[in-house]
Ligand binder design. Sequence first.
Ligand code: NAD
Length: 366
Amino acid sequence: MGLYRFALIGCGRISKNHIAAAVFNREIMELAAVCDTVKERAEQKAEDYFKETGTRPAVYTDYKEMLEKEEIDCCSVAAESGYHAKIALYCISKGKNVLVEKPMALSTKDAEKMISEAKSKKVALGVCHQNRFNPPVWQLHNAVLDGRFGKIVNGTARILWNRTMPYYRQAPWRGTWAQDGGTLMNQCIHDIDLLQWNLGGRPDTVMAMTGNYLRDIEAEDFGAVVIRFKNGAIGIVEGSACVYPKNLEETLSIFGETGTAVIGGLAVNRIQTWNFKDSAPQDEEVKKLSGNDPKDVYGSGHNALYRNFILSARAGRAPLVSGEEGIKGMKIILAAYKSQKTGMPVKYDGLEFSSTDMSPSDVKVR
Ligand SMILES: NC(=O)c1ccc[n+]([C@@H]2O[C@H](COP(=O)([O-])OP(=O)(O)OC[C@H]3O[C@@H](n4cnc5c(N)ncnc54)[C@H](O)[C@@H]3O)[C@@H](O)[C@H]2O)c1
């Protein structure tokens, strides 16, 4: 079987993780083309990939032209969040598999359309929730699947980070309702995805209070969310971009009748507590996972995420983080936004909401 041919659309801040994943997986994939509306950014990524592999991707500033000219199996979409749906739907319409950065879209309608169009075109759709591949997270999820927690009562996702105004000013789309959303949608979505994944994956009701406290952006810079799942478990989210003076932690905790696990560190990468009534062979492995934080909060999960995507697509299986999985965290956050706007609990099923339904006055606390 030949190499799986990728094109990267969007060569900004997160693109280095996509390049690293392409290099890491080079025996099964090739980065055939890179595209950014700012040509120099695409050229830089082509150069970065060339230095590592000796193969130079073609450079484009227009993804439609790129798809006309290049033989591509999969498009990775890493442009601004507000463009994900439009670009992904175009790629899907051309019969391409799509791996899209989080959040997969900013409205329930767009995300549902991406899922249904991918299904009807018989292409794979994956979402970049790379933290699912962190080894401690993987161990925790196995413990959930093995029933080691007994009856699960609750879980918490605490994302206590710092995003300063220079970060927001780096790119004008950040913190806007049209292109990004606030800290829940941008920074906290990974841990919210992990929370829902480990609490059964079937949210029922969402209640939230959010606000814009310190950052000069349209959307929230702090949010508190409570999620009741259909199995009765309750998830609690504490998400902040305002922690002084720097990132403190991203932690996932799961509490059950016969087990407690806490994975923390800067980016949910270190086992902090691992207490179970039973003992299991994997506990020895787990003890080794209380080491260092990754170099940055993005971690290195893209490597495994790409590999899982390619191997799944080739075998005709859905990837671990499919569109159907990726929509869940996004939809919980949109429900939280609606709850903040209306002051009411919001049912997850049947939710129709978009970040563009929000306005700065909905989160104003100053
Ligand atoms: N998985 C993660 O941990 C993670 C981390 C950071 C960012 N992200 C996500 O990745 C996306 C990009 O974030 P970023 O911080 O890299 O943003 P960025 O602003 O640094 O980069 C976005 C790039 O997309 C380009 N672009 C815009 N429209 C385009 C188009 N039509 N065709 C080609 N290129 C286009 C822009 O010119 C820019 O270079 C966002 O959705 C963000 O939420 C994910």
